[in-house]
Design a protein around this ligand. Structure first.
Ligand code: NAD
Length: 292
């Protein structure tokens, strides 16, 4: 098994920040990379805020918060990832974006470093083929929000070797998370089941069966879901939801996975959910207000 002491995280969005947060809290040195200094600053501020919330909830002491923060560095220079033992890519859910990152990153990483993707849906085998290390590449799929969610899906590509898999499993256990192993098929387990449900909720809205409020209330109180499906879609990010539905539709060639045109329209409007301030709800005021 390879020894993991330092982690590189590519993408300082909601998932990258969450991954950096839990790795630093577990004692790893973390380097966060994104395209601009502004995004890094925003990411570090988010991590600081989330760590502070854990202190007020009694989950972390203030000394632990300070120690975790001191283990995280960040920059918009990919070369800073050269020393890491494991790089976890958590950039935008677009295959072209991820391929471009691997082309730039692989020559920088140590030959023995492991490379993982946090993709929600893309083929691990195909992404691995865009790297110089398919045997040391796999899917380590965290759930959102990372500090709160217990599950991590592990997905091997066709070439992933056993040492990589065992090292990843051991690494995840040090983060106090539970592993589930999924085969490399579109959207793996969680999103294969979850996203068609969310897409169907959007069709329910599109066809006028219910309002945003009616649909979310129905599923919270009628199916005992902690969040309504439209609230959850906003939380995931509507661009990410659309990408996952497209991967399911293309990869499984079944019309039951066709993305709802209303989801497409929201993404075209740039109403991507919480992260942009508007989606099925408008988050710009005190309390979220349904947009339909
Ligand atoms: N949102 C979720 O609920 C969720 C859950 C599990 C996994 N994921 C996966 O995690 C990944 C990231 O999702 P997210 O929700 O954090 O998205 P996000 O939109 O919040 O963040 C994506 C980040 O990637 C950065 N980025 C884009 N191109 C880049 C590049 N070339 N180099 C470095 N950074 C780049 C963006 O600047 C942005 O900060 C996706 O693959 C997504 O499918 C998302």
């Amino acid at each position: 098994m390879a020894t993991i002491q330092s982690i590189g995280v590519i993408g300082a969005g909601q998932m990258g920040c969450g991954i950096a947060h839990v790795c630093a809290a577990a004692g790893y040195k973390v380097h966060l990379y994104d395209l601009s200094r502004d995004r890094i600053e925003a990411g570090l501020a988010t991590i600081n805020g989330n760590l502070a919330r854990q202190v007020s909830n009694g989950k972390l002491s203030d000394d632990e918060r300070k120690a975790a923060l001191s283990r995280i560095s960040g920059s918009a220079d990919l070369n800073d990832l050269a020393p890491v033992d494991l790089a976890i890519e958590a950039a935008t859910e677009e295959e072209a974006v991820k391929r471009k990152i691997y082309a730039q990153l692989c020559p920088i990483l140590k030959p023995e470093a492991l490379l993982a993707t946090n993709t929600s849906s893309l083929s691990i085998t195909r992404l691995a083929s865009a790297t110089d290390r398919p045997e040391r590449f796999m899917g380590i799929h965290f759930m959102n929000p990372v500090p709160a969610m217990k599950l991590v899906e592990l997905v091997r590509g066709i070439a992933t070797d056993e040492t990589t898999f065992t090292t990843a499993r051991e690494f995840v256990s040090t983060l106090d998370k539970t592993v589930t192993v999924a085969e490399d098929f579109p959207a793996f387990i969680v999103n294969r089941i979850l996203l068609p449900m969310i897409n169907e909720a959007i069709y329910t809205l599109y066809e006028g069966v219910g309002s945003v409020d009616a649909i979310d209330t129905a599923m919270k109180l009628g199916a005992n879901h902690p969040m309504g499906p439209l609230q959850l879609a906003d939380f995931i990010g509507l661009d990410t939801c659309l990408s996952i539905m497209q991967v399911l539709h293309d990869g499984l060639a079944d019309s039951k996975y066709r993305p709802c045109p209303l989801l497409v329209k929201y993404v075209e409007a740039g109403w991507l959910g919480r992260k942009t301030g508007r989606g099925f709800y408008d988050y710009r005021g005190e309390t979220p207000v349904p947009t339909r």
